[in-house]
Design a protein around this ligand. Sequence first.
Ligand code: ATP
Length: 259
Amino acid sequence: MNAVLETRALSKSFGAVVAAAEIDLVVGEREVIGVIGANGAGKTTFINMVTGYLRPSGGSIRFRGRDITGLPPRQVVRAGICRSFQVSQLFRELTVLDNMLIALGMLREGALSWLAPLHTRAREDEARKVLERYTIERYADSRVATLPQGVRKLLDIAMATVSEPPLLLLDEPTSGVAAEEKFALMDTVMAPVRASGAACLFVEHDMEIVERYSARVIAFYDGRILADGPTAETLTDPEVRKYVIGAELHRDREAGCSK
Ligand code: ATP
């Protein structure tokens, strides 16, 4: 298995809080991995370090053999790692099409400039094709602020993947999405990932999603990896059931929802 991502002793502390404790992890090409863990287990901290949003306190990150530890987010994206966020990062007052044109503009020019027109026929065609791939082309002219949460999530992920990155990190892709829409959303998101041969790590609290879409699961607990292995094995691990899945059931009960 060729490694796409490799972290060694990756650590992060916030004062006395150890959010990541010497995380060793290897992600192979084309792997689709579910990342689970109760609130505060360190999942987002890990993603933030890999994508340059947080500088590690220690350890290293290698991407396709290159040391990317401490690179800022824009350089990490250029290297080939893209991400989506728990809360979609979109221009709410602009239309879906304009958001996508901005993502394409950033990809082609590296930054937006008043000298480079956002709307060109060729770029608009390209943007509409991406929207079509993510089944949201009918919303092209709608303002983001008016969209249902599932469409916002798809747009955010579509924008994160315009460069067809070899590694995609998704932070809770189905959070806030209606239960009856979550599988359709994941089917739409995973189709281009599989077609392009990218590796994908997605953080999820919904075990039905984890079971259905990941071949391997990594369980975080208290800033460290509690278990890492094939999905069925990890989800039935007694410690994972006790510290992760038990906590999720408790969380769902408190939120008054059933999964
Ligand atoms: P959730 O499922 O709620 O998103 P998580 O597993 O992603 O949780 P993290 O957000 O990575 O967990 O948090 C890990 C620990 O680090 C928590 O104790 C959290 O309070 C702490 N932490 C995270 N970011 C910061 C910060 N910027 N400053 C201080 N403490 C932080």
